[in-house]
Ligand binder design. Sequence first.
Ligand SMILES: Cc1cc2nc3c(=O)[nH]c(=O)nc-3n(C[C@H](O)[C@H](O)[C@H](O)COP(=O)(O)O)c2cc1C
Length: 218
Amino acid sequence: MKPIDPAQLIENLNWRYATKTFDPTRKIASGVWSALEQAAVLAPSSYGLQPWRFVVVENAEKRAALKAVSWNQSQITDASHLVVFCRKLEVTAADVDAYLEETSKIRNVPVSAMAGYRGMMVGSISNPGSLGGGSMDVWTSRQVYIALGFFLSACANLGVDACPMEGIDAGKYDEILGLRAEGYAATVVAAAGYRSASDPTAAMKKVRFPVERVVKHV
Ligand SMILES: Cc1cc2nc3c(=O)[nH]c(=O)nc-3n(C[C@H](O)[C@H](O)[C@H](O)COP(=O)(O)O)c2cc1C
């Protein structure tokens, strides 16, 4: 692992902004896109259960339909790529077992050796009130936002512009993409690509409270 220079990291994060106008002619190269998909997949999640799906919408008609239910925001159709970050509607014992089987294969340990861990996870998900945020929906949404953050940060580090988007009718997204039938629900969206030379927001200074106001050392 080669750490990047701290000053470089801050420069990259200052370079990024929520892109309002994308250049519709510029596409993200497949190798770069593939790294961005992996960055989202590499996000941490509670217990490692990964209660999410990332739907990359390539179909132009579907993107036009999604724009109509996203306050007509141009990023939905003009960005090179559009990802809908979805939460899993229910996390069950079957999901825990799928995760433990994967762990068993990857780490070469028998599933039986993880029986205690399985019991703890199943106990937790069977009592959604005990989960962070107090419900399955809030808990899975929280995980999805971590993946969004990973994705946005990776975009900045690869020189790709992006816009996180909550200005969407999530229920309509579910319908257009047939998400609920597959056990998922749209939670938040990211458009990614390259800023248009005519996007006036690109030149605006970043507005953040000073570090001393936000970070407390105790
Ligand atoms: C969860 C989330 C949802 C957002 N939804 C939208 C959106 O629908 N449309 C948009 O243009 N910007 C959206 N934004 C961008 C924010 O307005 C922007 O990140 C914020 O003003 C800070 O500016 P910066 O990201 O350019 O530094 C969203 C940001 C976040 C984190």
